[in-house]
Each structure stands twice: as C-alpha cells, then as structure tokens.
Design a protein around this ligand. Sequence first.
Ligand code: KG4
Ligand code: ZN
Length: 333
Amino acid sequence: MLILGIESTCDETGVAIVENGIKVIKSELASSAGIQAKFGGIVPEVAARQQLRDIIPALKTVLGGNNPRKIDAIAVSSGPGLIGSLLVGVETAKALSFVWNKPLVGVNHLSAHLYSNWIEKQATPQFPLLGLVISGGHTDLVYMKGHDDFKILGSTLDDAAGEAFDKVARFLGLPYPGGPQIENMASKYTRAKHVNPFPKSMAKKDSFDFSFSGIKTAVVRFVEKNKILSDKSGIPQVCYFFEEAVIESIANKITSALDQYMVKSLAVGGGVAANVKLRRKIASVAKSRNVKVFFPNKGLSVDNGAMIAAAAFFAGKPSDPLTIQAESGAYFS
Ligand code: KG4
Ligand code: ZN
C-alpha cells in the first residue's frame, strides 16, 4: 500500500511516499529554519507563508516519476501545531483527496513521531511499549499496548524539552533551532570535572510529568552571575551542563517508567531524539532494564512526511476529506 504523507505542523514542509508504512519511496523536506534563525525562534506567520511556497514544489519532487494513480491514500498531520502551518498541509491534502478521489487520513503529529521508529528498520518496536516524544512543542511519555491502545503517563508541565533547548540557545545568542547548536557547543567543553550547577528536574519524583523551566531559569541565573555573556568562553561549559541536566532528568523518568511498566520496547521520537548523548544515555537505561530501544533513523527524528504516512498505515482511520479539520491544540492520540 502506497501512502502519500504530508507534514506541515511547525516550520517544516515534509512530503513523502511510503510503502506499507516502512519503506520510503521518495521524501522531500523543506524548512524555514534558516529564515527563522534571524528571529531567534519561529514566527508563525513567516513559517506558514514559507510553507505555502514550499508545498507544491515538494509535492512535485515527490510525485515526479511516481504515478499519483498508484497512491492508495493520503495522510496529513492534522494537529497539534501552528494553525496557519497546519492549514497549508490539511487543505492541500483535502484538495488532493478530492481531485484524485483517494481516502484521506488525518494523523496526530505526536504519535506519528513514534511511528518514525517503524521506518526502514531491520526490527520494529514490539508491544507493549513505552513511547517518548521529545520535540520542540511537546514532551509526552505514553504506554502503548497496541497501535490503537495507549495511555498518557506524563507530559511537560511547562516548557517542552526542545523548547528549553531553543530558549537557552536564544539566551546564549545561538541561532534557532537551539538543540543542534547546544549539542555542538557542549561537545567543545572537555574539562567536565565540575559538578553540574543545574538542577535535574523540578517535576515531582512520583509522577511521570516533566519540567524543564527550572533548569532554564538556573541557566539564566548562572550565566548572569558569572557574566558568561561578556566573555563568551564559558558558553560551551553552560551548554554541556544544561544538556546533561536535561538528559539526566529525561533518563530518570524513563528509568522509573521502565521499573513500573513491563514493556518489550522503548520507542523515542521527536527532534530532541536526534541528540547523540541523549540517545547514548537512554540506550544504557533501556539496556539495564532489558528493554529494546528504538530511535528514528537519520533525518527522521525531526518533523518529516514519512512518519505521517507510516502512522496512517499502522494506526490511521480514513476520514471524510471534506470535514477533516486542522486542530492546533490536539493532544497525543
Ligand atoms: O520534532 P521537531 O522537528 O518539531 C516539533 O514537532 O516541535 O523538533 C524540533 C525541536 C527543536 O526544539 C530543536 O531544537 C530540537 O528539536 N532538536 C534538538 C536536536 N535537534 C533538534 N534538540 C537537542 N539536540 C539535537 N541534536
Ligand atoms: Zn514534531
């Protein structure tokens, strides 16, 4: 089964054709991150306008050489996300579904991040599983007994993990998106013998909710107190300890969840899952609990069209193309 997946929830425009939820036939990703970099974050209107420019060329690239008649269904990320951005993808998908007379599947962007772990893998996650979505807008821990059977164990109480990376980067004068910038800066700090001055997490120990704003505030105080911004040489150290504090707090939650829930797999998705040290730490936690861990292949941690097609294949239900709505405030579903 060939599914055309369309993703436009935030600043990316992703289009991909995926066969049986696992094999990418063709994929294209356009991003306005370069344009947003000068604003230090995403300006929704700028993102949506760029997506309007990007979506048709991306579709043309993906469809070039692939007969639309062979596509069995269209899948689109219908939420959560920025409303202007979502509308670009949703309305394009509706129009294609109507003109081609193909079924349309609305996909939840958050669960789609977990479905990146089914794409182009030798082995795929097994149920029951723990799913961790760590992106720019969300941090969710879910327990899934099957494709259609999940329970949200915890979410962030304040900033999302990626949002904390982005805000700290912006404060330090690093461009958007902050995650890769902080990861890169942190790798330049080699004298890691100091004690980490930042708290691991402010969220309650007995809950699976996350909290990152305490770490962020501690970074701001530390930077101001030590005048890090006037002599930039301290920035790699701040990035190192900030990254470590975020990773430790995520790893602690995963450890408690794995102790409480008997699962076969741990699937991680979302932009922050691209972080190499985070992968290493989570992999060691999973190994210590005898659980197989899955991370998306290269390029599939961040937003992309292929994960939307994969989610539709494994867990999607066709919707009436003319009634499907962009839902900016949708929760994990
Ligand atoms: O999943 P995603 O592409 O978009 C959302 O759905 O939000 O995630 C983007 C987020 C940004 O906050 C970005 O800074 C973060 O993922 N990110 C990273 C890394 N690469 C991207 N965070 C930490 N380390 C990275 N290597
Ligand atoms: Zn995302």
